[in-house]
Design a protein around this ligand. Structure first.
Ligand code: SAM
Ligand code: DTB
Ligand code: SF4
Length: 325
């Protein structure tokens, strides 16, 4: 059989634009066809987030509730206790999550935090869950320590196109992000990298963001596509809402450009109808965050997600499913 969806890292802007802008039905059909080559279309992976260090972040990301530079009112907390992380992870496992993602509001971790981070990785792995962390930029020795502790995934989003990045964050560059991603990949940790749409960017920025991910030496294993959750008192609090069809097109393009990656329908689901989420799954999304809180913002209730999965005949994907079908 002809392989209709080879894994390519040499996609061009012209190709991506053409895919994104084709008639919606053709786009969805192609995305679903690619999806079925690599995944069971009725299975969705479930990850659970925990904020292990909340607020007081020195970075100025315009979308974020945790930046000390934004007007947002969230107060800074300390790194939480290892025992608390493990007891929360246990609950997440019981609720069906297979991957536990720990996030910290840091520019980068301090060396004094590393022992606790390693203990968290060990404890969560002992529960039989996959581990993921998102801690900001990493130096090489920090990457090695996390890898040696058994970290499975590192999340580090490029957030938007290189062009629009400067409008959203000034305290670091797009190139800084790519550097950490390369370090993580070279050390053998799986990469989780995606971005946010609905930040007032142009269609071109959504396309270029996905192209940047799809033309890395290797595609990220997970690609979270977040819809901006507008946070009061941040610079993006009143940004115009994105057309849901544009969001679905973004998911479809991610699926087509990166056929074997898990595309995660991430932040913003509380604002989406069940029908829109179903369309995102049809367009190739096959992962979500479960539980009623993301890091600081709301996520749909567990019961709502269960009911939606039942109505759609979707079941939870087992841990470690890499998409080989
Ligand atoms: N401080 C670390 C960093 O920035 O890499 C890790 C935590 S940070 C909160 C993780 C990601 O969450 C961001 O890169 C961004 O893509 C996403 N995010 C944060 N606030 C969001 C919001 N209001 N709406 C949608 N996504 C958001
Ligand atoms: C990702 O792409 N989305 C998650 C995770 N990676 C770390 C975070 C979403 C955060 C939403 C806003 C909040 O909860 O504060
Ligand atoms: Fe800090 Fe991460 Fe929020 Fe940016 S996205 S302000 S780095 S916590």
């Amino acid at each position: 059989m002809l392989d209709a969806a080879p894994i390519r890292t040499n996609w061009t802007r012209e190709e991506a634009e053409k895919i994104y802008n084709q008639p919606f039905m053709d786009l969805l059909f192609r995305a679903q066809t690619v999806h079925r080559e690599h995944f069971d279309p009725n299975q969705v992976q479930m990850s659970k987030l925990l904020s292990i260090k909340t607020g007081g972040c020195p970075e100025d990301c315009a979308y974020c509730s945790q930046s000390a530079r934004n007007g947002a009112k969230l107060s800074a907390a300390k790194l939480i206790e290892v025992e608390r992380v493990i007891s929360e992870a246990k609950k997440a496992k019981e609720a069906g999550a297979t991957r536990y993602c720990m996030g910290a509001a840091w520019r980068s971790p301090k060396d004094r935090d590393m022992d606790a981070l390693e203990a968290m990785i060990n404890g969560v792995k002992d529960l039989g869950m996959e581990t993921c962390m998102t801690l900001g930029m990493l130096e090489e020795d920090q990457v090695f320590r996390l890898r040696d502790a058994g970290l499975d995934y590192y999340n580090h989003n490029i957030d938007t196109s290189e062009r629009y990045y400067k409008e959203i964050i000034t305290t670091r560059t797009f190139a800084d992000r790519i550097e950490t991603l390369n370090r993580v990949r070279e050390a053998g940790i799986k990469v989780c990298a995606g971005g946010i749409v609905g930040m007032g960017e142009q269609q071109m920025d959504r396309i270029d963001m996905l192209l940047a991910l799809a033309t890395l030496d290797e595609h990220p294993d997970s690609v979270p596509v977040n819809q901006l959750i507008p946070i009061a008192d941040t610079p993006l609090a009143d940004v115009e809402k994105l057309d849901p069809i544009e969001f679905v097109r973004t998911i479809a393009l991610a699926r087509i450009l990166m056929p074997k990656s898990h595309v995660r329908l991430s932040a913003g689901r509380t604002e989406m109808t069940d029908e829109m989420q179903a369309m995102c799954f049809f367009a190739g999304a096959n992962s979500i965050f479960v539980g009623d809180t993301l890091l600081t913002a709301d996520n749909p209730e567990e019961d709502n997600d269960k009911a939606l999965f039942n109505r759609l005949g979707i079941t939870a994907m087992a841990a470690g499913c890499d998409g080989s079908r």
